[in-house]
Structures are given as C-alpha cells and as structure tokens.
Design a protein around this ligand. Structure first.
Ligand code: ADP
Length: 472
C-alpha cells in the first residue's frame, strides 16, 4: 500500500518550488492590479501605503527565495540537505501571513478576497504532505481569525474599504463568527479533496517511476548479456580463424606430398598403396575444404564493414558465379538459368565474401537437385534492397529442419542421403556474409519439389555513393 503522505521526489520538489516562486510573481502583479483597480474605481478609503508596503515585503522575500534557488540550482543534493520540503513549508506559511496582512489592510473579514486562502491550500496539497497541508490550513485560519477577532475587539485598527463591501460587518460578532466558520469549512474541505487527489496522483507517479526504473534496469541487464554474448562469439570466431589458419599450411603440404606420390614422382607404388594414398588424399582435400570454410566464416563474422570495403555491383558478382558454375551444372545434368538485371545498383561490402555467398547458394542448389532439374538465379531490386534469389527443383528441406540448416555443421537427413560430401558450413557462411552487409537470408522449401533461398542486401543510398566513391 502506498503511503498517503508520500511527497514528490526531492528533485521534483525543487522544480515545484521554482514553480511556486514564478507563481508568486504573477500573484504580486495581480495584487498590484487589484489595488490600482480598486483605488481608481472607489477614489477613496483604501490603505494604499500599507498595502504596497506588504506587497513590497512579498516581492522582497520572493526575490530572496529566487536568488537562493538559483544559487542552489545544479546542487540538488545540497538543497535536499536543507530539506526542500521545509523550504516549501516556510514559503507557504509566509504567503498565508502576507495574505492575512493584505486582508487586514483592506477590510479584514469584510473583504471577500479572504476566500483566496483556498489557492494556498491547493498549492500546499501539491507540494507538501497531507499533515503539513492541514497544518498550513490551520495556520491560515488562525491568522484570519486573529485579524478578524482583533479588529472586532478593537485591538487592531480596522481599515475599511470605503464605498465597497459590507462595511461595519467586522463589528458584528455573529457575522464575524459565521464568516470564519464558512472560511474554515471551505479550507478544510478543500484540503481534504485536494490532498486526496494529490496522493492518488503521487502514487501513480511513483508507480510509473518504479516501472520505468525497472524497464531501464532490465534493458541494462539485456545489454550486458548481449555484450557478453557478443564477446564470447568474437572470441570463438577468432579462435576458429587462428586454428583454421594454422591447419591450412600443413594440410597443403600433406596434399602436395600425397599427390606427388600418386603422380609417381617418388618412384613406383603398388596398386594397394595407391588406393590407400588416394583415399588419404581425398580425405585431406575434404579437411582442407572444412578449414577453408571455417576461415571464410570466421572472417565474415569478425569483419565489420569499414573503409576497406568497396562499392560492389551484386549483379556482376552473380553473373560471374553463374558463368563459373555452368560446367558443374552441366556435369550434374541440371539446367542453370539466370535473370539478372544489370542496373540493380550497388551495395557496400566485401566482394570475396559476396562471391562466396552466391557461390554457396548456387553450388548447393546444383548439388541437391536431381538430374533433369533446373536452378534459377534471379537478381532484382525491392524497396531499397538488392534481392538475390536462388531457386531449384531439388530435394527440398524438411519443415522441421529448416530452422537448423543455418547452424554450423548441420546437414538435413535427406541431404546426407542425396550427397555424402558437404561440410555443413555453406549456409552458415551465407548467413554471416548477409548479416555482415546489413542484410538477411530466408528460405522457402517443399520436400520433393524444390527450394528457394532469398538474400536481401541494403542498397547504397545516393549520399553513401557520394561519400564512398573511390574507395576500393
Ligand atoms: P552442406 O555442405 O551440407 O551443403 P550447407 O551449410 O551448405 O552445408 O547446407 C546445410 C544444409 O541445408 C544441407 O545439408 C541441406 O540439408 C540443406 N540445403 C542447403 N541448400 C539446399 C538446397 N538447395 N536444397 C535442399 N537442401 C538444401
């Protein structure tokens, strides 16, 4: 449950004290306008000197508060130490006193402006606790009672506003008591309602603050977790790149050595030995392919698009890949078709990576399409992106495996049956390169019918083209 007396947060209270000071300047202006208005319309009987003196005091203490707040601005902690709430309390008490004095010099209880105490009640309920508000209401009523009763008893001089308001009423005991009673009940009822509304609003305000604190805390936690995860991912990629790099050299030497033996450069080899060496050479080749793929994958994941990247036309890259793959398609008995619009625009990126990305998609399509089938490569533009589609009439991807095919080393069961070779890294590279370029990849496939991979890459905007021209 919320405490009813909950106060506005300290920083906010400081802001509201500021508001109170500004409000007081407006009130001072209002008092001056009223004094002048009454003076000019009634021509006589107003204690102008005393009223201006009181207004002057009002202005003086408001100026003092204004300067104090300005000095403390930016040092909220210091203001908190001086207790911002006590500061507001003192100000409101002084305002009540100022109003009582102004009323005293302008007819006392006869002056209908006595009801203006209500404004102080509302201000107090906004700035102070419920208890403090009632204390201020009591003070206001006590001050007004002191003025009225003292004037009634002749202890204080009565300043009538000649020609206006019910003159002589200050001497009528019943009338004085009745007016004080009405004023008192009005003030206490107003305090009751205003503090109720203020407490409700404050509790809502606190709930919102708590909620936004919670959201901010959770966002920070998420960000930290993401940072940690990215760090781990980076370390993994770096590790992968280093290992692949280290393996590449020795593997190359092994392959060259084995090839030399097979080619008879080291002398005659028996057929049995030849078979064993040929198998070893094949396996070394597969291993070299995995190493090469891991190297490309880690590079794509680590590298950011920066000044080293150039402006590239994906259409030219796709055309080159199609040209390069024609022989492989022919060998597999698959028709390789293409529809590549040459003016699709440019993307900023890594030419080798993009070539590898399109190459992987096309070689997969050829590999997983039975003879007589076709593979279709299409490059178009669609709302600020270059779209590369590679479609085939191949074996398709089972629905439940679609989610996993972009994972490293994952191969669907039907693919393993159809083609025993494959590293399971091709699509991981496709995804990494697409994301490296700020793009994305998606798949649409039906088992036994075919598959379509779609890559969207953000196009270079006109301004990008301007800034990057010449970077190659
Ligand atoms: P792989 O070396 O096995 O082709 P990839 O990462 O390139 O590795 O592909 C992962 C898996 O996605 C493949 O094993 C296969 O199950 C599936 N796949 C990829 N492309 C196609 C395609 N065009 N048609 C059917 N399945 C595909």
């Amino acid at each position: 449950m919320h405490r009813q007396s909950a106060l506005p947060a300290s920083a906010e209270l400081v802001e509201r004290v500021d508001w109170l000071i500004r409000l007081r300047w407006v009130a001072i202006l209002g008092v001056i306008v009223t004094i002048e208005g009454v003076r000019r319309s009634l021509h006589a009987g107003l204690a102008v000197r005393e009223l201006y003196l009181t207004t002057g005091c009002l202005g003086a203490y408001n100026l003092a508060f204004f300067l104090l707040v300005r000095r403390l601005r930016g040092r909220a902690a210091q203001l908190e130490e001086c207790r911002a709430a006590a500061f507001a309390n003192v100000q409101i008490s002084l305002d009540l006193l100022a109003l009582a004095v102004l009323l005293h010099f302008s007819g006392g209880i006869e002056n209908p402006f006595a009801s203006y105490f209500v404004f102080h009640v509302i201000i107090a309920s906004i700035l102070l606790s419920r208890r403090a508000t009632y204390a201020q209401v009591t003070l206001g009523l006590a001050l007004m009672s002191a003025v009225s009763l003292s004037e009634y008893a002749g202890v204080l001089k009565h300043y009538p506003v000649v020609g206006f308001w019910g003159q002589g009423a200050y001497r009528d005991g019943t009338l004085v008591a009745a007016r004080l009673f009405v004023l008192g009940t009005t003030l206490f009822l107003s305090a009751f309602m205003a503090t109720g509304i203020a407490a409700h609003l404050r509790s809502r305000e606190q709930e919102t603050v708590l909620l936004s604190d919670d959201v901010a805390r959770k966002a920070a936690m998420l960000e930290a977790a993401y940072e940690k995860l990215s760090g781990t991912d980076r370390t993994k990629s770096q590790y992968m790149r280093k290992v692949s790099h280290e393996l590449r050299g020795p593997l190359g030497t092994i392959q060259t050595g084995l090839r030399a033996v097979l080619d008879g450069l080291t002398g005659e080899v028996s057929q049995r030995s030849r078979d064993v060496i040929a198998r070893a050479e094949r396996r070394a080749g597969e291993l070299a392919q995995v190493t090469q793929d891991l190297l490309v994958l880690s590079r794509a994941r680590e590298a950011r698009l920066d000044a080293q990247m150039s402006d590239i036309g994906p259409a030219a890259i796709a055309s080159a890949v199609v040209e390069e793959m024609k022989a492989a398609a022919e060998g597999a008995g698959v028709s390789l078709l293409a529809e590549i619009s040459p003016d699709v625009g440019q993307v900023r990126g890594d030419a080798t990576g993009l070539q590898q990305m399109v190459g992987n998609l096309v070689s997969n399509a050829i590999r997983y399409t039975p003879r007589q089938g076709w593979v279709f490569v299409r490059v178009t533009t669609a709302s600020g992106t270059v779209r590369v589609e590679v479609e085939d009439t191949g074996i398709g991807i089972p629905e439940e495996e679609k989610e996993r095919i972009f994972e490293e080393f994952y191969r669907a069961a039907n693919a393993r049956e159809h083609a025993s070779d494959g590293t399971g890294l091709g699509l991981s590279i496709v995804k990494a390169v697409a994301e490296q370029h700020g793009g994305s990849v998606s798949v649409d496939s039906t088992v036994g019918k075919g598959t379509r991979f779609t890559v969207d890459l953000p196009l270079l905007s006109v301004s990008d083209c301007g800034t990057n021209r010449g970077v190659n």
